[in-house]
Design a protein around this ligand. Structure first.
Ligand SMILES: *Cc1c(COP(=O)(O)O)cnc(C)c1O
Length: 825
């Protein structure tokens, strides 16, 4: 850890805790140095000095995992109550406090106080993570920088982000996010920033604040005590707010096009120009969309204010990628799976990339292809020793080490290691088969051009791809968890290939996030989930009699919706000890499947005849939860459901799980969340009522490319049946998607639009099986350009409207021949 003696002096000891935070030590009072912090017993134990914090959330209590953590190796604990069986925890130390989260925050704040260095804090409604990643990439080649991993900006994420701060660091960059009043002051105390950036202010979390101004005032608390605050003067609300001199002692550093900006910014083509009193720079932009350029300006101004050399700045900007944090999961050749992180290689990102590889490897061996880590500061030998420890702790079986420094440090690695001095040297002798069946993490600094390795190992792809953002999935899942009443379970709906996004990847991610139950439509979907490493309980909504024999081997629990089905299941289960429990569906008004209220008595009788059948849950489905015009009907459905539930559970003598609402019902009918909710489309960032849309992030993005562009004269026709007609000179682009890919044929002839180079452009002519033509007249569109069919813009909701259907159909129609690619941080 850094330079010996100094680091030793700096470490906070577990026995220091009572001096720093409210609480007392119980069990062994140890002078152990606190080296790492964890809230998650699923993670690999990180060795001596690791502290496990038991934190209580609305739906999760870290205290339930104390024993699991102990068994994995933790001996230092911060708790709000001691375990009842404390004598089992031999040699363990507990810090007993009334608020574990506060202890975590105070500890991180005390750690932060030990260092004096420039620390940048970033907040704003959007773009925090991107601004942070850009700034990091601008600085990290010349100084040693610590930053928040991923988008760790919460009450928990911030302390964990600040903790790795060490002697060799020369700057820190942390993001801070809040969802309710009062939170920012706590984050400020932890980060103790010297420079602030406010990216922008939008509608996210509006509901919890009385006004936009109140939200802005709350966010600005982060910057109290900063020397400088960077902001865009063209954001009117922010500019006006700051002109009120609300932050005494903080110098406002505005940039923008208008007057009053310290940095006058303009873009000409793909050049960004900044001019200020002391100088000016011109930078070639690697991208030109407004959002990315705005995010970049924040980072560039911050870097200039931190004294970055201008030629380094220009060079670093030229190699930025628009969306820097993308780590993607792809299908490889010979049944392998690739985790592609060929954009950057920093030590902090390695753990996240490995965790993604582990989550999706389900037991298959993991190999890592790793380049030199180009990170200023830490001593090389130490660095690669840490890399080795990380790879070992994650169970990596093989390393391909590429680059002059990592290959020279080959003896640091205690696993099979193949060293190469360069990417070319590896490519020359690469044998694609060597990774058959494995999960391969490919992580390299930009200059190593690891995309060449990815190209060689990737299964050949159709250029139409459904991009699935697993980070967005996590965000949406956590959003729904946050609006659940305490203790309410989640059943995640993974039917229809998880709404088109891929049941294995979606299922494993939600399993990792601790969803409680899974539901699928058919037994085969359940079998697939099991084969893909999902071991949560699974409810199957349509399990015909022929499938019963298959259910026990895969622990699939059938929904039972009719008397004949119940009787068949009862007969079949006779003498079978392993018959899975059932889920009883009551029809309260949907009139699709389920027992009528008049049949409940008969159900009770049949259940009495087959006492070995266990009922896991009783549920019903709402017909109009998304529409307030049907609210009266919904209340009637709920009352009917409760009556049936009462009757059934009284006779059973126990209380099966009670569940009623789907996505739209979760927020609209809080009191009907009961024991569990069934969430489907909301996980994908699509909200049928659009009420919560601002809080959700779109998960799936269907994209393709332009295959050809041609100019047609007036009076020509386009496509089959000469359906598209040109009445003037018309530029037509043919794109590589058709109805066989799931693009509805009804979107032809201008009904649908796609996004090319930021412009929504209409179809022309009929949609063909594999291709569609688009009228691109007047827009600079070329062969190979990316086309967004649905995603953020246009949204699946919007496309559904054009096609006169609902977003569910748009999502689930994307055909299997379209490759899925999974993105994460
Ligand atoms: C599909 C389905 C859901 C999920 O509905 P969403 O509107 O996508 O949240 C819930 N319950 C049942 C019975 C379903 O079939």
């Amino acid at each position: 850890m850094g330079n010996g003696v100094d680091a030793m002096r700096r470490n906070i000891l577990f026995s220091d805790l009572p001096k720093l935070c409210k609480g007392k030590i119980s069990g062994v009072d140890t002078p152990s140095a606190i080296l790492s912090l964890s809230l998650d017993s699923r993670k690999v134990f990180s060795g001596e000095g690791a502290v496990y914090f038991a934190i209580k959330g609305p739906n999760h209590d870290g205290h339930s995992f104390l024993w699991e953590a102990y068994q994995k190796g933790w001996r230092l604990f911060v708790v709000e109550s001691l375990p009842k069986d404390i004598e089992r925890f031999e040699n363990a130390s507990f810090f007993l406090t009334s608020d574990s989260l506060q202890t975590l925050q105070e500890l991180a704040a005390a750690h932060r106080r030990r260092f004096s260095l420039p620390v940048v804090a970033i907040t704003g409604s959007n773009g925090k993570t991107i601004v942070k990643e850009y700034l990091y990439q601008l600085l990290a080649s010349s100084i040693s920088v610590v930053k928040s991993p991923k988008s760790w900006n919460s009450q928990v994420g911030v302390p964990l982000s600040v903790w790795p701060l060490a002697d060799h660091h020369e700057a820190g960059i942390f993001e801070a996010g809040i969802s309710q009043p009062g939170e920012m002051a706590r984050l400020k105390n932890i980060i103790q920033p010297t420079i602030g950036i406010i990216s922008n202010i939008g509608p996210a979390h509006d509901a919890l604040f009385t006004s936009r101004e109140q939200k802005l005032a709350e966010k600005m608390k982060l910057f109290e005590g900063c020397k400088k605050l960077i902001y865009c003067t063209d954001h009117f609300a922010i500019d006006r707010f700051l002109s009120g001199n609300v932050l005494p002692g903080v110098a406002g550093i505005g940039w923008g096009q208008g007057k009053g900006a310290k940095y006058a910014v303009s873009t000409v083509g793909s050049k960004l120009k900044l001019a200020w009193e002391m100088g000016k720079v011109e930078i070639d932009l690697p991208f030109t969309d407004d959002k990315s350029v705005e995010n970049l300006c924040h980072a560039v101004v911050a870097a200039l204010e931190m004294g970055i050399n201008q030629s380094i700045l220009a060079r670093q900007v030229s190699v930025l990628s628009a969306i820097p944090m993308r780590l993607s999961l792809k299908e490889g050749v010979f049944g392998s799976r690739l985790v592609d992180d060929s954009y950057n290689n920093d030590f902090q990102g390695l753990e996240a990339a490995l965790d993604l590889a582990i989550t999706h490897s389900h037991g298959k061996p993991i190999s890592v292809v790793l380049s030199d880590i180009l990170q200023a500061g830490e001593n090389e030998k130490e660095l690669y020793k840490h890399v080795n420890d990380m790879l070992v702790s994650k169970g990596v079986s093989k390393l391909v080490a590429i680059g002059p420094t990592i290959s020279a440090n080959g003896d640091a690695f205690r696993m099979a290691c193949e060293p190469y001095v360069s990417t070319e040297a590896f490519l020359e002798q690469i044998k694609e088969k060597q990774f058959a069946g494995q999960t391969v993490l490919i992580k390299g600094a930009r200059s190593f051009r690891f995309e060449e390795i990815v190209k060689r190992l990737q299964a050949k792809v159709h250029r139409t791809v459904l991009e699935v953002n697993l980070e967005a999935l996590q965000h949406n899942f956590q959003f729904y968890k946050s609006i659940l009443e305490p203790g309410v379970k989640t059943m995640v709906m993974l039917k229809a290939f998880a709404y088109g996004s891929g049941s294995g990847e979606i299922g494993r991610t939600l399993q990792y996030l601790k969803a409680d139950y899974v539901a699928v439509a058919y037994p085969d979907e359940g079998v697939l989930l099991r084969e893909q490493g999902v071991h949560l309980p699974v409810m199957v909504m349509n399990a015909p009699e022929e499938s019963f024999d298959k259910l026990p081997a895969y622990s699939l629990e059938p929904e039972i919706f009719s008397l004949s089905q119940l009787q068949n299941y009862g007969e079949w289960s006779q003498g079978k000890s392993e018959a899975p429990p059932i889920h009883i569906k009551v029809d309260t008004g949907m009139h699709r499947l389920g027992f009528a209220t008049s049949e409940i008595e008969a159900v009770v009788k049949l259940l009495g005849r087959y006492p070995t059948i266990k009922v896991a849950s009783i549920f019903s489905h709402l017909a109009g939860s998304e529409n307030n015009a049907f609210d009266d009907f919904t209340h009637v459905q709920a009352r009917t459901f409760l009556d049936c539930y009462e009757q059934l559970s009284r006779h059973l003598g126990y209380k099966p799980i009670r569940h009623l609402v789907n996505t739209a019902g979760i927020s609209r009918f809080k009191s009907y969340q009961f024991d569990m909710v069934r969430v489907g489309i909301g996980l994908h960032g699509i909200e049928p009522t659009e009420e919560e849309q601002g809080q959700l992030t779109v998960v799936a993005r269907l994209k393709t490319v332009v295959s050809q562009v041609r100019r047609l004269a007036a009076g020509q026709t386009v496509g089959y049946s000469r359906a598209g007609k040109t009445n003037k000179n018309t530029d037509v682009a043919t794109i590589a998607i058709g109805y066989a890919d799931g693009y509805p044929r009804s979107l032809g002839n201008g009904k649908g639009k796609v996004l090319i180079n930021e412009q929504l452009l209409p179809t022309i002519g009929s949609v063909c099986m594999d291709m569609t033509m688009v009228d691109v007249t007047g827009v600079d569109v070329r062969e190979g350009d990316e086309v967004v069919v649905f995603g953020e813009h246009p949204s699946a909701n919007q496309v559904a409207e054009w096609a006169d259907t609902i977003p569910y159909e748009i999502l689930t129609s994307v055909s299997e021949r379209v490759k899925r690619e999974y993105l994460s941080f």
